[in-house]
Design a protein around this ligand. Structure first.
Ligand code: FAI
Length: 533
Protein backbone atom coordinates (compact mmCIF):
# COMPACT_ATOMS: atom_id res chain seq x y z
CA UNK A 1 0.00 0.00 0.00
CA UNK A 2 1.41 3.41 -0.95
CA UNK A 3 1.83 6.05 1.77
CA UNK A 4 -1.51 7.94 1.99
CA UNK A 5 -1.84 11.64 1.25
CA UNK A 6 -2.82 13.12 4.62
CA UNK A 7 -6.00 15.11 4.99
CA UNK A 8 -5.39 17.78 7.64
CA UNK A 9 -9.05 17.66 8.73
CA UNK A 10 -8.60 14.08 10.01
CA UNK A 11 -5.89 15.01 12.54
CA UNK A 12 -6.61 15.83 16.16
CA UNK A 13 -4.12 18.10 17.91
CA UNK A 14 -1.84 16.49 20.51
CA UNK A 15 0.62 18.70 22.31
CA UNK A 16 1.54 17.36 25.73
CA UNK A 17 1.19 13.56 25.72
CA UNK A 18 0.96 11.94 29.18
CA UNK A 19 3.31 8.94 29.43
CA UNK A 20 1.58 5.72 30.53
CA UNK A 21 3.79 3.09 28.92
CA UNK A 22 7.49 3.18 28.08
CA UNK A 23 9.63 0.81 26.04
CA UNK A 24 13.25 0.63 27.15
CA UNK A 25 16.00 -1.28 25.31
CA UNK A 26 19.52 -0.05 25.91
CA UNK A 27 23.04 -1.35 25.39
CA UNK A 28 24.61 1.44 27.42
CA UNK A 29 23.02 1.02 30.84
CA UNK A 30 24.28 4.38 32.17
CA UNK A 31 21.54 5.99 34.27
CA UNK A 32 19.08 3.16 33.49
CA UNK A 33 18.17 2.25 37.07
CA UNK A 34 17.60 5.90 38.04
CA UNK A 35 15.48 6.42 34.91
CA UNK A 36 13.39 3.32 35.62
CA UNK A 37 12.89 4.38 39.25
CA UNK A 38 11.72 7.86 38.21
CA UNK A 39 9.32 6.48 35.59
CA UNK A 40 7.84 3.85 37.92
CA UNK A 41 7.35 6.49 40.59
CA UNK A 42 5.48 8.60 38.02
CA UNK A 43 3.15 5.64 37.39
CA UNK A 44 4.64 4.57 34.04
CA UNK A 45 4.46 0.90 33.00
CA UNK A 46 7.85 -0.37 31.74
CA UNK A 47 8.33 -2.85 28.91
CA UNK A 48 11.87 -3.94 28.21
CA UNK A 49 14.26 -6.37 26.48
CA UNK A 50 16.56 -9.10 27.90
CA UNK A 51 19.37 -7.65 29.94
CA UNK A 52 17.74 -4.20 30.15
CA UNK A 53 14.70 -5.81 31.81
CA UNK A 54 16.99 -7.90 34.03
CA UNK A 55 18.83 -4.75 35.21
CA UNK A 56 15.58 -2.97 36.00
CA UNK A 57 14.14 -6.00 37.79
CA UNK A 58 17.34 -6.54 39.77
CA UNK A 59 16.98 -2.98 41.07
CA UNK A 60 13.53 -3.96 42.36
CA UNK A 61 11.33 -2.18 39.82
CA UNK A 62 8.37 -3.77 38.04
CA UNK A 63 9.00 -4.45 34.34
CA UNK A 64 7.31 -6.49 31.60
CA UNK A 65 9.53 -8.55 29.31
CA UNK A 66 8.97 -7.63 25.67
CA UNK A 67 8.54 -11.36 24.89
CA UNK A 68 5.38 -11.28 27.05
CA UNK A 69 3.74 -8.74 24.76
CA UNK A 70 4.99 -10.25 21.49
CA UNK A 71 4.21 -13.82 22.56
CA UNK A 72 7.59 -14.84 21.11
CA UNK A 73 10.87 -15.53 22.88
CA UNK A 74 13.95 -13.54 21.90
CA UNK A 75 15.39 -15.68 19.13
CA UNK A 76 18.38 -16.19 16.81
CA UNK A 77 20.93 -15.05 19.42
CA UNK A 78 19.00 -11.82 20.01
CA UNK A 79 18.77 -10.92 16.32
CA UNK A 80 14.99 -10.93 16.73
CA UNK A 81 13.62 -9.43 19.95
CA UNK A 82 11.51 -6.38 19.26
CA UNK A 83 10.85 -6.85 15.53
CA UNK A 84 7.15 -7.62 16.00
CA UNK A 85 3.83 -5.85 15.27
CA UNK A 86 3.01 -5.82 18.99
CA UNK A 87 5.97 -3.48 19.40
CA UNK A 88 5.93 -1.60 16.12
CA UNK A 89 2.18 -1.00 15.93
CA UNK A 90 2.46 0.47 19.44
CA UNK A 91 5.25 2.76 18.23
CA UNK A 92 3.73 3.78 14.91
CA UNK A 93 0.03 4.25 15.66
CA UNK A 94 -0.76 7.90 14.99
CA UNK A 95 -3.28 8.57 17.70
CA UNK A 96 -4.17 11.92 16.22
CA UNK A 97 -6.20 9.76 13.78
CA UNK A 98 -9.32 8.02 15.05
CA UNK A 99 -8.88 5.19 12.57
CA UNK A 100 -5.41 4.36 13.99
CA UNK A 101 -6.77 4.42 17.50
CA UNK A 102 -9.52 1.95 16.54
CA UNK A 103 -7.25 -0.30 14.51
CA UNK A 104 -4.70 -0.53 17.30
CA UNK A 105 -7.45 -1.55 19.72
CA UNK A 106 -8.79 -4.12 17.24
CA UNK A 107 -5.31 -5.60 16.95
CA UNK A 108 -5.20 -5.83 20.73
CA UNK A 109 -2.04 -3.71 21.03
CA UNK A 110 -1.33 -0.75 23.30
CA UNK A 111 0.60 2.41 22.39
CA UNK A 112 3.95 3.53 23.80
CA UNK A 113 4.30 7.21 24.62
CA UNK A 114 8.00 7.00 25.54
CA UNK A 115 10.80 4.95 23.95
CA UNK A 116 14.32 4.79 25.30
CA UNK A 117 16.85 3.02 23.06
CA UNK A 118 20.56 3.13 22.53
CA UNK A 119 22.28 0.94 20.01
CA UNK A 120 24.86 -1.85 20.02
CA UNK A 121 28.35 -0.31 20.29
CA UNK A 122 29.32 -0.76 16.63
CA UNK A 123 31.94 2.02 16.40
CA UNK A 124 33.61 1.00 19.65
CA UNK A 125 33.75 -2.63 18.47
CA UNK A 126 35.45 -1.59 15.20
CA UNK A 127 37.89 0.62 17.15
CA UNK A 128 38.80 -2.32 19.42
CA UNK A 129 40.18 -4.15 16.37
CA UNK A 130 37.56 -6.92 16.59
CA UNK A 131 37.31 -9.44 13.76
CA UNK A 132 34.61 -8.93 11.08
CA UNK A 133 32.52 -11.75 12.57
CA UNK A 134 32.26 -9.90 15.88
CA UNK A 135 31.84 -6.50 14.20
CA UNK A 136 28.88 -7.69 12.11
CA UNK A 137 27.11 -9.00 15.22
CA UNK A 138 27.26 -5.45 16.59
CA UNK A 139 25.17 -4.06 13.74
CA UNK A 140 21.97 -3.24 15.58
CA UNK A 141 18.80 -3.88 13.57
CA UNK A 142 15.91 -3.93 16.02
CA UNK A 143 17.18 -0.82 17.86
CA UNK A 144 17.33 1.52 14.84
CA UNK A 145 13.93 0.18 13.70
CA UNK A 146 12.40 1.26 17.01
CA UNK A 147 14.25 4.59 17.02
CA UNK A 148 13.17 5.45 13.48
CA UNK A 149 9.57 4.33 14.08
CA UNK A 150 9.24 6.42 17.24
CA UNK A 151 10.99 9.41 15.68
CA UNK A 152 8.65 9.33 12.68
CA UNK A 153 5.76 9.15 15.10
CA UNK A 154 7.01 12.05 17.27
CA UNK A 155 3.55 13.70 17.21
CA UNK A 156 2.66 10.85 19.60
CA UNK A 157 5.91 9.39 20.97
CA UNK A 158 8.98 10.78 22.75
CA UNK A 159 12.17 8.98 21.64
CA UNK A 160 15.30 9.17 23.79
CA UNK A 161 18.64 7.94 22.43
CA UNK A 162 21.06 9.69 24.77
CA UNK A 163 21.34 9.10 28.55
CA UNK A 164 22.15 12.83 28.81
CA UNK A 165 18.46 13.48 28.04
CA UNK A 166 17.04 11.24 30.81
CA UNK A 167 16.78 14.16 33.26
CA UNK A 168 14.87 16.40 30.86
CA UNK A 169 12.49 13.60 29.95
CA UNK A 170 11.75 12.44 33.50
CA UNK A 171 11.11 16.08 34.47
CA UNK A 172 8.63 16.31 31.58
CA UNK A 173 6.95 13.00 32.54
CA UNK A 174 6.49 14.20 36.13
CA UNK A 175 5.06 17.48 34.86
CA UNK A 176 2.37 15.70 32.82
CA UNK A 177 4.19 14.52 29.67
CA UNK A 178 6.54 15.58 26.89
CA UNK A 179 5.24 18.43 24.75
CA UNK A 180 5.43 18.49 20.96
CA UNK A 181 8.43 20.85 20.92
CA UNK A 182 10.45 18.46 23.10
CA UNK A 183 9.31 15.39 21.12
CA UNK A 184 10.32 17.08 17.86
CA UNK A 185 13.76 17.99 19.23
CA UNK A 186 14.26 14.41 20.45
CA UNK A 187 13.14 13.03 17.07
CA UNK A 188 15.67 15.17 15.18
CA UNK A 189 18.40 13.91 17.51
CA UNK A 190 17.20 10.32 17.03
CA UNK A 191 17.38 10.47 13.22
CA UNK A 192 20.85 12.08 13.45
CA UNK A 193 21.84 9.19 15.71
CA UNK A 194 20.67 6.43 13.35
CA UNK A 195 22.11 8.29 10.33
CA UNK A 196 25.53 8.43 12.04
CA UNK A 197 25.21 4.78 13.00
CA UNK A 198 24.42 3.67 9.45
CA UNK A 199 27.20 5.93 8.12
CA UNK A 200 29.68 4.12 10.36
CA UNK A 201 28.44 0.71 9.16
CA UNK A 202 28.55 1.78 5.49
CA UNK A 203 32.08 3.24 5.89
CA UNK A 204 33.32 0.09 7.64
CA UNK A 205 32.01 -2.15 4.86
CA UNK A 206 33.25 0.20 2.11
CA UNK A 207 36.76 0.05 3.64
CA UNK A 208 36.56 -3.77 3.70
CA UNK A 209 35.64 -3.73 0.01
CA UNK A 210 38.61 -1.45 -0.76
CA UNK A 211 40.88 -3.82 1.21
CA UNK A 212 39.50 -6.84 -0.64
CA UNK A 213 40.30 -5.11 -3.92
CA UNK A 214 43.87 -4.48 -2.69
CA UNK A 215 44.29 -8.08 -1.47
CA UNK A 216 43.86 -7.14 2.18
CA UNK A 217 46.58 -4.46 2.39
CA UNK A 218 44.87 -1.48 4.03
CA UNK A 219 47.85 0.86 3.46
CA UNK A 220 47.71 0.52 -0.30
CA UNK A 221 43.98 -0.01 -0.54
CA UNK A 222 42.09 2.02 -3.11
CA UNK A 223 39.50 4.48 -1.98
CA UNK A 224 36.07 3.30 -0.85
CA UNK A 225 33.21 3.62 -3.34
CA UNK A 226 31.30 5.81 -0.92
CA UNK A 227 32.10 7.78 2.19
CA UNK A 228 29.36 8.69 4.65
CA UNK A 229 30.11 11.48 7.07
CA UNK A 230 27.72 11.95 9.98
CA UNK A 231 29.11 13.85 12.94
CA UNK A 232 27.50 15.57 15.89
CA UNK A 233 28.48 18.99 17.17
CA UNK A 234 30.43 18.68 20.41
CA UNK A 235 31.06 22.36 21.04
CA UNK A 236 30.54 25.79 19.58
CA UNK A 237 33.86 27.60 19.28
CA UNK A 238 34.19 31.30 20.08
CA UNK A 239 34.70 31.96 16.37
CA UNK A 240 36.38 30.54 13.27
CA UNK A 241 39.59 31.61 11.56
CA UNK A 242 38.47 35.20 12.14
CA UNK A 243 36.19 36.71 14.76
CA UNK A 244 33.30 37.31 12.33
CA UNK A 245 33.13 33.58 11.37
CA UNK A 246 30.95 31.15 13.36
CA UNK A 247 32.63 27.79 14.05
CA UNK A 248 32.10 24.53 15.93
CA UNK A 249 33.84 21.21 16.60
CA UNK A 250 32.36 17.95 15.23
CA UNK A 251 34.35 14.93 16.45
CA UNK A 252 33.97 11.69 14.52
CA UNK A 253 32.57 8.70 16.44
CA UNK A 254 35.37 6.32 17.39
CA UNK A 255 38.09 8.88 16.57
CA UNK A 256 41.28 9.03 18.62
CA UNK A 257 42.75 12.37 17.57
CA UNK A 258 42.81 16.03 18.43
CA UNK A 259 39.00 16.25 18.26
CA UNK A 260 38.76 13.70 21.10
CA UNK A 261 41.62 15.10 23.22
CA UNK A 262 40.91 15.98 26.85
CA UNK A 263 41.69 19.54 27.83
CA UNK A 264 43.50 19.56 31.17
CA UNK A 265 43.93 23.29 31.50
CA UNK A 266 44.04 26.69 29.90
CA UNK A 267 41.68 28.87 27.88
CA UNK A 268 39.03 27.50 25.54
CA UNK A 269 40.47 25.99 22.33
CA UNK A 270 39.99 28.16 19.25
CA UNK A 271 39.46 27.06 15.65
CA UNK A 272 43.05 27.99 14.76
CA UNK A 273 44.36 26.21 17.87
CA UNK A 274 42.73 22.98 16.65
CA UNK A 275 44.20 23.36 13.16
CA UNK A 276 47.69 24.06 14.50
CA UNK A 277 47.52 21.31 17.13
CA UNK A 278 46.62 18.84 14.39
CA UNK A 279 49.57 19.97 12.25
CA UNK A 280 51.82 19.68 15.31
CA UNK A 281 50.69 16.11 15.91
CA UNK A 282 51.38 15.19 12.32
CA UNK A 283 54.92 16.54 12.66
CA UNK A 284 55.78 15.09 16.09
CA UNK A 285 54.29 11.64 15.58
CA UNK A 286 56.24 11.01 12.38
CA UNK A 287 59.34 10.17 14.44
CA UNK A 288 60.10 7.06 16.49
CA UNK A 289 62.44 8.78 18.98
CA UNK A 290 61.09 11.30 21.51
CA UNK A 291 60.13 14.27 19.30
CA UNK A 292 58.74 17.78 19.64
CA UNK A 293 57.27 19.97 16.92
CA UNK A 294 56.48 23.67 17.33
CA UNK A 295 53.87 24.98 14.91
CA UNK A 296 52.88 28.44 13.77
CA UNK A 297 50.16 28.89 11.15
CA UNK A 298 50.12 25.13 10.44
CA UNK A 299 53.87 25.07 9.63
CA UNK A 300 56.73 23.86 11.83
CA UNK A 301 59.11 26.53 13.07
CA UNK A 302 61.09 23.84 14.90
CA UNK A 303 61.17 20.04 14.97
CA UNK A 304 63.66 17.97 16.91
CA UNK A 305 64.24 14.52 18.33
CA UNK A 306 66.22 13.89 21.50
CA UNK A 307 66.96 11.45 24.29
CA UNK A 308 64.12 13.09 26.24
CA UNK A 309 61.18 15.34 25.45
CA UNK A 310 62.88 18.17 27.35
CA UNK A 311 65.96 17.82 25.17
CA UNK A 312 63.84 17.65 22.00
CA UNK A 313 61.90 20.76 23.03
CA UNK A 314 65.02 22.80 23.74
CA UNK A 315 66.46 21.85 20.34
CA UNK A 316 63.19 22.50 18.47
CA UNK A 317 62.82 25.90 20.14
CA UNK A 318 66.40 26.87 19.29
CA UNK A 319 65.58 26.47 15.58
CA UNK A 320 63.55 29.69 15.43
CA UNK A 321 62.82 31.27 18.82
CA UNK A 322 61.28 34.35 17.19
CA UNK A 323 58.62 32.33 15.39
CA UNK A 324 58.10 29.93 18.31
CA UNK A 325 56.58 32.83 20.31
CA UNK A 326 52.86 32.00 20.59
CA UNK A 327 53.38 28.57 19.03
CA UNK A 328 51.56 25.28 19.40
CA UNK A 329 53.69 22.41 20.67
CA UNK A 330 53.17 18.67 20.17
CA UNK A 331 55.22 15.92 21.76
CA UNK A 332 55.07 12.22 20.90
CA UNK A 333 55.77 11.23 24.52
CA UNK A 334 54.24 12.45 27.81
CA UNK A 335 55.37 15.88 28.99
CA UNK A 336 57.77 15.51 31.93
CA UNK A 337 58.45 18.09 34.63
CA UNK A 338 61.77 18.83 32.94
CA UNK A 339 60.04 19.41 29.59
CA UNK A 340 57.41 21.59 31.28
CA UNK A 341 60.21 23.68 32.82
CA UNK A 342 61.77 24.07 29.37
CA UNK A 343 58.43 25.21 27.87
CA UNK A 344 57.08 27.33 30.76
CA UNK A 345 59.15 30.49 30.19
CA UNK A 346 58.06 30.66 26.52
CA UNK A 347 54.70 32.14 25.52
CA UNK A 348 52.89 29.09 24.09
CA UNK A 349 49.25 28.72 23.01
CA UNK A 350 48.77 24.93 23.25
CA UNK A 351 50.67 21.81 24.28
CA UNK A 352 49.33 18.50 22.99
CA UNK A 353 50.83 15.21 24.13
CA UNK A 354 49.86 11.63 25.02
CA UNK A 355 50.08 12.61 28.70
CA UNK A 356 51.38 15.04 31.30
CA UNK A 357 53.36 13.86 34.33
CA UNK A 358 52.19 15.11 37.75
CA UNK A 359 55.26 17.29 37.98
CA UNK A 360 54.58 18.77 34.55
CA UNK A 361 51.04 19.72 35.56
CA UNK A 362 52.38 21.38 38.72
CA UNK A 363 54.80 23.47 36.68
CA UNK A 364 52.22 24.39 34.02
CA UNK A 365 49.33 25.05 36.45
CA UNK A 366 50.62 28.58 36.93
CA UNK A 367 50.12 29.29 33.21
CA UNK A 368 46.39 29.92 33.33
CA UNK A 369 45.96 30.58 29.61
CA UNK A 370 48.11 27.72 28.30
CA UNK A 371 45.86 25.03 26.82
CA UNK A 372 46.96 21.50 27.74
CA UNK A 373 45.53 18.74 25.56
CA UNK A 374 45.90 15.08 26.42
CA UNK A 375 45.41 12.72 23.50
CA UNK A 376 43.09 9.77 23.91
CA UNK A 377 44.72 6.40 24.37
CA UNK A 378 45.68 4.74 21.11
CA UNK A 379 46.06 7.93 19.07
CA UNK A 380 46.80 6.93 15.50
CA UNK A 381 46.83 9.02 12.33
CA UNK A 382 43.74 8.75 10.15
CA UNK A 383 43.68 6.04 7.47
CA UNK A 384 41.75 8.32 5.12
CA UNK A 385 42.38 12.05 4.65
CA UNK A 386 39.47 14.19 3.48
CA UNK A 387 39.53 17.77 2.26
CA UNK A 388 36.49 19.82 1.41
CA UNK A 389 36.32 21.49 -1.98
CA UNK A 390 33.61 23.66 -3.43
CA UNK A 391 30.96 21.11 -4.32
CA UNK A 392 32.59 18.01 -2.86
CA UNK A 393 35.53 16.35 -1.19
CA UNK A 394 38.93 15.03 -2.05
CA UNK A 395 40.09 11.87 -0.31
CA UNK A 396 43.52 10.27 -0.16
CA UNK A 397 45.51 7.77 1.86
CA UNK A 398 47.94 9.49 4.23
CA UNK A 399 51.62 9.90 3.34
CA UNK A 400 53.02 7.11 5.50
CA UNK A 401 55.65 5.60 3.25
CA UNK A 402 59.25 6.43 4.09
CA UNK A 403 61.98 5.17 1.76
CA UNK A 404 64.65 3.37 3.79
CA UNK A 405 67.93 5.36 3.55
CA UNK A 406 69.60 2.07 2.51
CA UNK A 407 67.66 2.39 -0.77
CA UNK A 408 68.67 6.02 -1.45
CA UNK A 409 70.90 6.62 -4.46
CA UNK A 410 74.17 8.48 -3.85
CA UNK A 411 74.68 10.78 -6.86
CA UNK A 412 77.29 13.23 -5.58
CA UNK A 413 80.12 13.45 -3.04
CA UNK A 414 81.18 10.92 -0.46
CA UNK A 415 78.77 8.51 1.19
CA UNK A 416 77.51 10.07 4.42
CA UNK A 417 78.87 8.75 7.71
CA UNK A 418 76.46 7.38 10.31
CA UNK A 419 75.77 10.69 12.04
CA UNK A 420 75.24 12.59 8.78
CA UNK A 421 73.00 9.85 7.41
CA UNK A 422 70.95 10.00 10.64
CA UNK A 423 70.59 13.77 10.19
CA UNK A 424 69.58 13.33 6.56
CA UNK A 425 66.98 10.71 7.53
CA UNK A 426 65.65 13.04 10.25
CA UNK A 427 65.50 15.98 7.81
CA UNK A 428 63.79 13.85 5.18
CA UNK A 429 61.07 12.78 7.62
CA UNK A 430 60.70 16.23 9.16
CA UNK A 431 60.30 18.03 5.84
CA UNK A 432 57.06 16.21 5.07
CA UNK A 433 55.36 18.15 7.86
CA UNK A 434 56.32 21.41 6.10
CA UNK A 435 54.07 23.02 3.51
CA UNK A 436 54.80 23.91 -0.10
CA UNK A 437 58.36 23.90 -1.38
CA UNK A 438 59.70 22.55 1.89
CA UNK A 439 63.41 23.02 2.51
CA UNK A 440 64.53 21.90 5.95
CA UNK A 441 68.06 22.31 7.26
CA UNK A 442 69.02 20.05 10.16
CA UNK A 443 71.88 19.34 12.49
CA UNK A 444 72.14 16.90 15.39
CA UNK A 445 68.55 15.67 15.10
CA UNK A 446 67.04 19.15 15.05
CA UNK A 447 65.86 21.53 12.36
CA UNK A 448 68.05 24.66 12.24
CA UNK A 449 66.31 26.50 9.40
CA UNK A 450 62.99 25.90 7.64
CA UNK A 451 61.83 27.42 4.37
CA UNK A 452 58.14 26.91 3.58
CA UNK A 453 54.99 28.29 2.06
CA UNK A 454 56.75 29.71 -1.01
CA UNK A 455 55.61 29.46 -4.60
CA UNK A 456 59.10 28.60 -5.82
CA UNK A 457 61.84 26.43 -4.35
CA UNK A 458 64.65 28.97 -4.62
CA UNK A 459 62.83 31.39 -2.27
CA UNK A 460 62.36 28.54 0.24
CA UNK A 461 66.10 27.87 0.08
CA UNK A 462 66.83 31.56 0.78
CA UNK A 463 64.36 31.50 3.68
CA UNK A 464 65.85 28.31 5.19
CA UNK A 465 69.45 29.56 5.09
CA UNK A 466 68.47 33.02 6.34
CA UNK A 467 66.63 31.51 9.29
CA UNK A 468 69.53 29.14 10.00
CA UNK A 469 72.13 31.97 9.85
CA UNK A 470 75.53 30.69 10.86
CA UNK A 471 74.07 27.27 11.60
CA UNK A 472 73.53 26.63 7.88
CA UNK A 473 77.27 25.93 7.50
CA UNK A 474 77.84 22.24 8.19
CA UNK A 475 74.10 21.38 8.25
CA UNK A 476 72.29 18.89 6.01
CA UNK A 477 69.23 19.75 3.90
CA UNK A 478 66.09 17.95 2.76
CA UNK A 479 63.92 19.12 -0.11
CA UNK A 480 60.40 17.61 -0.24
CA UNK A 481 60.47 17.55 -4.07
CA UNK A 482 63.12 17.77 -6.78
CA UNK A 483 65.11 20.92 -7.57
CA UNK A 484 63.77 22.07 -10.95
CA UNK A 485 66.98 24.09 -11.48
CA UNK A 486 70.36 24.21 -9.78
CA UNK A 487 69.66 27.73 -8.43
CA UNK A 488 67.97 26.64 -5.17
CA UNK A 489 70.62 24.03 -4.46
CA UNK A 490 73.31 26.67 -5.13
CA UNK A 491 71.82 28.86 -2.38
CA UNK A 492 72.21 25.93 0.04
CA UNK A 493 75.75 25.17 -1.15
CA UNK A 494 76.78 28.83 -0.82
CA UNK A 495 75.53 28.80 2.77
CA UNK A 496 77.74 25.80 3.59
CA UNK A 497 75.21 22.91 3.53
CA UNK A 498 77.31 19.75 3.22
CA UNK A 499 74.78 17.02 2.37
CA UNK A 500 71.39 17.04 0.67
CA UNK A 501 68.54 14.57 0.28
CA UNK A 502 65.86 15.07 -2.36
CA UNK A 503 63.65 12.87 -4.56
CA UNK A 504 65.30 13.58 -7.93
CA UNK A 505 63.30 13.20 -11.10
CA UNK A 506 63.65 16.68 -12.63
CA UNK A 507 64.38 16.96 -16.36
CA UNK A 508 67.38 19.00 -15.19
CA UNK A 509 68.65 16.45 -12.64
CA UNK A 510 71.98 16.36 -14.46
CA UNK A 511 72.46 20.12 -14.01
CA UNK A 512 71.47 19.88 -10.32
CA UNK A 513 73.76 16.88 -9.65
CA UNK A 514 76.62 18.61 -11.47
CA UNK A 515 76.30 21.64 -9.12
CA UNK A 516 76.48 19.33 -6.10
CA UNK A 517 79.47 17.48 -7.52
CA UNK A 518 81.29 20.72 -8.33
CA UNK A 519 80.91 21.78 -4.70
CA UNK A 520 81.84 18.32 -3.34
CA UNK A 521 78.47 18.14 -1.59
CA UNK A 522 76.97 14.73 -0.77
CA UNK A 523 73.61 14.23 -2.45
CA UNK A 524 71.12 11.36 -2.19
CA UNK A 525 68.04 10.77 -4.32
CA UNK A 526 65.12 9.01 -2.62
CA UNK A 527 62.97 8.41 -5.69
CA UNK A 528 59.83 9.58 -3.87
CA UNK A 529 58.58 13.01 -2.95
CA UNK A 530 56.64 14.23 0.10
CA UNK A 531 54.46 17.18 -0.88
CA UNK A 532 52.24 18.58 1.86
CA UNK A 533 49.94 21.15 0.29
N1 FAI B 1 16.93 -7.66 17.27
C1 FAI B 1 16.08 -6.92 17.89
O1 FAI B 1 14.90 -7.09 17.71
C2 FAI B 1 16.55 -5.90 18.81
N2 FAI B 1 15.73 -5.13 19.54
C3 FAI B 1 16.46 -4.30 20.32
N3 FAI B 1 17.78 -4.55 20.08
C4 FAI B 1 18.92 -3.91 20.76
O2 FAI B 1 19.21 -4.67 21.92
C5 FAI B 1 19.86 -3.85 22.87
C6 FAI B 1 19.32 -4.13 24.25
O3 FAI B 1 19.31 -5.49 24.48
P1 FAI B 1 19.34 -6.03 25.99
O4 FAI B 1 18.20 -5.37 26.66
O5 FAI B 1 19.22 -7.52 25.89
O6 FAI B 1 20.71 -5.56 26.57
C7 FAI B 1 19.64 -2.42 22.45
O7 FAI B 1 20.89 -1.88 22.07
C8 FAI B 1 18.70 -2.51 21.26
O8 FAI B 1 19.00 -1.53 20.29
C9 FAI B 1 17.85 -5.53 19.16
N4 FAI B 1 19.03 -6.05 18.71
C10 FAI B 1 19.56 -6.02 17.50
O9 FAI B 1 19.17 -5.90 16.44
Amino acid sequence: MAAPTPNAADYRHRDTVPVRRALISVSDKTGLVELAAALVEAGVELVSTGSTAATIAAAGHPVTEVSEITGFPESLDGRVKTLHPAVHAGLLADLRLERHEHQLAELGFAPFELVVVNLYPFVETVASGALPLAVVEQIDIGGPAMVRASAKNHPNVAIVVDPADYGTVTDAVRAGGADLALRTRLAAKAFAHTAAYDAAVASYLAERVAEQDADGASETAGLPASIRIAVDKAADLRYGENSHQAAALYPAAGGTGIAQATQLGGKEMSYNNFVDADAALRAAFDHDEPAVAIIKHANPCGIAVGATIAEAHAAAHACDPVSAFGGVIAANRPITREAAESIAPIFTEVIVAPGFDEGALEVLAAKKNLRLLQLPEGYAPEVLELRQLSGGFLAQRPDRHFADPATWQLVSGEAANEATLADLAFAWRACRAVKSNAILLAHGGASVGVGMGQVNRVDSCHLAVTRAGERAAGSVAASDAFFPFADGLQVLINAGVRAVVQPGGSVRDEEVIAAAQAAGVTMYLTGERHFFH
